[in-house]
Write a protein that binds this ligand. Structure first.
Ligand code: CU
Length: 215
């Protein structure tokens, strides 16, 4: 999956840079603590500032922060560029406490929903190799559509539509969750996202049965 790959890379780079900075700061702090312990009878310095050194320190940390923010924003921007060919559209609505997936291009506006009780989870069916634009909103409070294995999460707001486009490069099924605490039964707002071949997807869309049916 492209987005999984991209955001996996972003996470790896951020972890390496953040870890590096953390351990360098820790090492300098440890050095100062050990080297300047009271028992060592080190002469107390009369200086109370070292402007140039402090400026370097602040400059280096700021450069790391700017780099991380810019890199992440750039990757996010690349991931959200308009797809070509034009994507299939699926309207996703979060509600207390489940999800509805609606396919507006079908004549009868095919819809998959459920109550997220037990194993009866709604399934978002998408074809492989074709960009799919998810248009995300909420019927009541703020929810968040999260597919951990795909590294994707986006908030669903009432009276607002958030969009993102994904392209699945292989068939499979992944568990999605709500990542925004939204009330008593938030914990059970799970769904499946299932990628099938374009032929199977077309068949499913026409037939109104198959892998998209609950369970
Ligand atoms: Cu929720």
């Amino acid at each position: 999956m492209r987005q999984r790959h991209v955001f996996g890379q972003v996470l790896a780079l951020e972890s390496i840079v953040a870890g590096l900075v953390f351990f360098v700061v820790l090492a300098v702090l440890g050095y100062a603590l050990v080297k300047r312990r009271a028992g060592r009878r080190v002469a107390v310095s009369q200086r109370n500032e070292r402007l140039r050194l402090e400026a370097y320190y602040v400059g280096v940390l700021a450069a790391f922060a700017v780099f991380l923010v810019a890199w992440t924003a750039w990757q996010n921007h690349r991931e959200h560029q308009v797809a070509d060919p034009p994507p299939l559209r699926v309207d996703v609505t979060g509600f207390q406490w489940c999800w509805t997936f609606t396919y507006p291009q079908t004549a009868e506006r095919r819809s998959v929903s459920g109550d997220c009780r037990g194993d009866d989870l709604p399934t978002l069916v998408v074809p492989t190799g074709r960009p799919v634009e998810l248009r995300l909103t909420s019927r009541d409070v703020i929810h968040s559509l999260w597919v951990p294995a795909l590294r994707y999460k986006m908030d669903a707001f009432p009276d607002h539509v958030n969009t993102f486009t994904l392209t699945m490069d292989r068939e499979g099924r992944w568990l999605g969750k709500c990542a925004e605490f939204c009330g008593d039964l938030h914990y059970r707002m799970h769904f499946w996202i299932k990628a099938v071949s374009p032929e199977e997807y077309d068949r499913w869309l026409q037939s109104g049965s198959g892998p998209g049916a609950a369970a």
